[in-house]
Design a protein around this ligand. Structure first.
Ligand code: HEC
Ligand code: HEC
Ligand code: HEC
Ligand code: HEC
Ligand code: HEC
Length: 208
């Protein structure tokens, strides 16, 4: 009996030690895989012999930040880009995106503008003229182009987030003043932008 329980204890402590070792190795691997190259090298060369010496510091930094830039800018878009170039399911694509002029809009090191070349509300205006008119549509007036448009590509025309037939109702669900007139259009499937300009105009309600 005594022998058996001692044996069990030994077995348990071996088991615990194996688990601890595994946890330690796991921790180590996670440190090495997500740390920067200098820390990784320090950990590895402390534990093992024969770890090759580091390349010059300048190159490490460059490689490291290149990899990070690629990860931040590239990873999502690798799939997106492949789709975009195949034109898969896309009804519209933004020309600077297709031409891979990512840095015409993105500047990932610019923290002040959240990674864009200028603040997001001013970005579209860098290349597109302001929509002028005596009346300017609410979201357009505050530079919120992304309320209706996607920056890269879309399954709808004109980079829209919704089909032209549905996009206005995402915000305008309230009953129209000219309700009778408007309800008739919904039935006959005339879209809002056949009468209203989505951006601005000199006529009231940006009527065309
Ligand atoms: C016309 C300007 C413009 C161009 C060109 C552009 N982007 Fe963007 N990108 C944006 C904007 C604006 C957002 C933010 C969208 C939002 O907040 O809804 C964005 C978001 C992103 C994001 C964040 C994830 C996502 O998809 O929302 C990634 C990654 C990205 N862009 C990568 C790229 C890459 C890679 C390229 C070049 C192939 C590129 N972009 C070209 C304007 C642009
Ligand atoms: C770096 C310049 C640049 C910036 C910044 C830019 N665009 Fe464009 N955009 C273009 C070019 C070039 C075209 C293509 C024009 C053409 O074909 O005549 C275009 C076309 C478009 C189109 C028409 C697409 C179509 O399929 O008809 C929309 C919509 C558009 N941009 C929206 C935006 C929005 C929204 C933003 C801000 C997130 C933006 N653009 C920022 C250069 C830019
Ligand atoms: C309320 C939704 C909405 C907002 C906000 C909006 N757009 Fe549009 N935009 C549209 C719709 C709808 C179309 C398609 C018009 C059509 O096909 O008649 C369009 C078309 C476009 C086009 C291509 C055709 C054209 O009229 O030149 C460009 C470029 C464009 N938008 C840029 C912008 C920019 C830049 C902003 C921000 C200043 C913006 N849009 C804000 C709804 C919107
Ligand atoms: C992202 C939300 C949003 C979308 C999408 C949107 N609008 Fe608007 N719209 C607004 C806001 C905000 C106002 C300003 C509200 C106000 O002044 O009372 C406005 C005002 C208007 C007005 C003027 C109303 C008035 O009483 O002066 C018209 C007309 C209008 N929108 C038409 C449209 C059409 C047509 C579309 C589709 C192309 C559309 N809107 C899509 C947010 C939106
Ligand atoms: C056949 C043309 C036509 C179509 C299509 C149309 N409208 Fe209008 N809309 C008008 C006219 C004309 C007025 C001005 C009515 C008035 O002066 O009383 C108006 C007024 C408005 C107004 C401001 C007054 C109000 O009722 O709040 C909004 C917002 C509006 N429309 C949104 C929309 C939306 C959203 C759609 C798509 C579902 C749409 N319109 C489709 C012609 C149209």
């Amino acid at each position: 009996m005594i022998m058996q329980s001692a044996c069990k204890e030994i077995k348990t402590s071996v088991f615990v030690r194996v688990i601890r070792t595994l946890l330690f190795v796991g921790l180590l691997l996670s440190l090495v895989s997500c740390g920067d190259p200098v820390t990784n090298h320090k950990i590895l060369s402390t534990l093992f012999d024969g770890v090759p010496s580091l390349p010059p510091p300048g190159q490490i930094c460059e490689d490291y930040y290149e990899a990070r830039r690629a990860a931040e800018l590239g990873e999502v878009s690798a799939v997106e880009l492949a789709d975009a170039q195949a034109g898969k399911g896309k009804k519209s694509q933004h020309r600077p995106y297709v031409e891979k002029k990512c840095n015409d809009c993105h500047d990932i090191n610019n923290k002040a503008t959240q990674g864009f070349i200028v603040p997001k509300q001013e970005l579209c205006g860098v290349c597109h003229e302001d929509f002028a008119g005596q009346h300017v549509h609410g979201p357009v007036a505050v530079g919120d182009c992304l309320a209706c448009h996607l920056p890269h590509s879309s399954t709808h025309t004109s980079l829209l987030i919704e089909s032209p037939g549905d996009i206005c109702q995402t915000c305008h669900a309230e009953r129209r003043l000219a309700a009778n007139m408007h309800e008739r259009f919904v039935v006959s499937a005339i879209t809002c932008n056949q009468c209203h300009d989505p951006h601005a105009g000199d006529a009231r309600y940006f009527l065309k």
